[in-house]
Design a protein around this ligand. Structure first.
Ligand code: PEP
Ligand code: MN
Length: 337
């Protein structure tokens, strides 16, 4: 952290600040120029509140040298994190492909889709039981019954299941029933929920908030990790921009940026990013090419009659041909599907 003092600050005042900070175990280096005096703080500055320092009338500005996230930071964990989910590993050369309907609608629907996506090579089954809908009048999901159906589909196919949690009250139930707990974009900053999930050891799929910066995204991962759960998988699913043609704007650069900043695996959800089924294939190919560790793709047997997100859902046959075309792209970046 760097503190720039106002030119008018007296030597006594600067010394006073230096002594105060040194007393907190921080090494303070002082550079005195013609006009400005700059204090360079070295050591663990995490307990220092920059807005308190910035409130000092003699302080011109406070600059951060290091990112505010620690556990999620690659600086302290140079190796990429690999997350074990049953017999699969996320963050390794094999891409984690999570596919399935937006919402669980019936046992017949989910098992039918699960069998098809498994044949095509998907490694995980996704399906929403608790749905975060913009309108309270839209389908809200099958809730607890949906979890039972997901478990039945896992039993039948052996695919680990991924589903979204919305309430901290359900953490125990999800830990028991589910293989990966998804935190949706709308709950990325539900800090009570993140903290509760941090007290478990379950893999958490954390989706980027609708308008979240990469730093805010990583700070949400930090909330989970700071409670002791290091099993966080990030998911870029498009962000809100001025563009309205697509549902969201897929931020492909988030992948290499996050790979630089963090050791956590990151997957891409091209379905919620594009919002239209025909965009899924080109975006998924780009995701693999840019270095994503996996994909989350919505697949529905009857998109026209889907209870949610039909327009962005692939029919199983389309998903199958997508998987085939992804194999070539994966190979080009030393990955496999
Ligand atoms: C979903 O995965 O079904 C979902 C609601 O996604 P998001 O939170 O990214 O909108
Ligand atoms: Mn959806």
């Amino acid at each position: 952290m760097i503190i720039v003092m106002k030119p008018s600050t007296s030597k006594e005042r600067i010394e006073e600040i230096k002594v105060k900070l040194s007393g907190r175990g921080i090494k303070v280096n002082l550079w005195q120029g013609d006009k400005y005096c700059v204090l360079g703080l070295l050591g663990d500055t995490s307990a220092i509140n920059p807005s308190q320092i910035g409130a000092d009338e003699d302080v011109d500005k406070v600059l951060h040298v290091q990112e505010p996230y620690k556990k999620a930071n690659r600086l302290f964990h140079p190796e990429g994190t690999k997350i074990q989910v049953r017999d699969r590993i996320i963050g390794d050369t094999k891409l984690a492909v999570m596919a399935g309907p937006c919402s669980v609608e019936s046992e017949e629907q989910l098992i039918g889709i699960a069998e098809k996506i498994k044949e095509s090579g998907a490694g995980f089954l996704r399906g929403g039981a608790f749905k975060p809908r913009t309108s309270p009048y839209s389908f809200q999901g099958m809730r607890e019954r949906g979890l039972e159906i997901l478990k039945a589909a896992r039993e039948k196919t052996g695919l680990p299941i991924v589903t979204e949690i919305m309430s901290p009250k359900l953490v125990e139930r999800f830990v028991e029933d589910v293989d990966i707990i998804q935190v949706g974009a709308r709950n990325m900053q539900n800090f009570d929920l993140l903290k509760e999930l941090g007290k478990t050891k379950k893999p958490i799929l954390l989706k980027r908030g609708l308008s979240a910066t990469i730093e805010e995204f990583l700070m949400s991962a930090e909330y989970i990790m700071s409670e002791g759960n290091d099993n966080v998988i990030l998911c870029e699913r498009g962000i809100r921009t001025f563009e309205t043609y697509t549902r969201n704007t897929l931020d492909l650069s988030a992948v290499p940026v996050i790979k630089k900043l963090s050791h956590l695996p990151i997957i891409i959800d091209p379905s919620h990013a594009g919002g239209m089924w025909w965009l899924v294939e080109p975006l998924a190919k780009a995701a693999v090419a840019v270095g994503a560790d996996g994909l989350m793709i919505e697949v529905h047997n009857d998109p026209v009659n889907a209870k949610s997100d039909g327009a962005q859902s692939l029919k199983p046959e389309k998903f199958d041909s997508l998987m085939n075309s992804l194999r070539v792209v994966a190979q080009a970046v030393d990955k496999e599907i």
